[in-house]
Design a protein around this ligand. Sequence first.
Ligand code: HEC
Length: 194
Amino acid sequence: MLAMNKIKILGTTVIIIAATIIISSCKDKRSTGWEYAPNMYEHLAYDPDQKNDNFKDGKTAQVPPAGTTPIGFIRFDYANTKDGYEKAGLEYKDTIAASNQNLADGKILFQHFCSPCHGMSGQGDGLVVAHGFPAPPSYSKGQSSRGGAMKDLTDGKIYHTITYGVNAMGSYASQLEPNERMKVILYVHHLQTL
Ligand code: HEC
């Protein structure tokens, strides 16, 4: 008796599964079949890649108006050229406070990202240099390959270097956000005095 019941239950389950597969697969190929809670897929808001008659160009994803700056975005409109470097050196000034906290944060970031080459005290004697990587000039005693003493590098020249890199040094733009770059610069200024 019990065995009969088991077979019945099994049979019914197989039929239900087969029916579900048949019903849900026999529809239009582009259809997603029966959807549970369809308003989760077909919501009222426009998708960014959806056509949109409310705008002249018919697109939902609109380009920001010319000359606008997104909230929280810090501009650095200097090209990756020698001219851009010199111009940034003259015009650009960091906008964070030279507080102990910012300096302490800058020290940690410097030790993580820069000290492998520049060394803990910025003398150009980091660990990878000990393994044969070309030594960067000392921040306090060296000469910049782009002219002038390293100790005289301004906010803008250092920011430009972190953003774009220079020769053997790569860009750190994807590792450090603008305000983190500023904190590192605070610490580099400290190392320039050693
Ligand atoms: C992979 C090794 C390496 C790392 C990591 C590195 N640098 Fe450098 N850096 C160099 C080398 C090499 C130079 C010298 C390049 C040249 O002038 O030819 C240099 C040059 C510089 C200069 C001088 C630029 C100039 O105008 O002459 C600054 C400032 C500087 N680095 C800052 C940083 C900071 C800040 C970091 C961390 C965010 C960093 N570097 C990380 C290798 C590195």
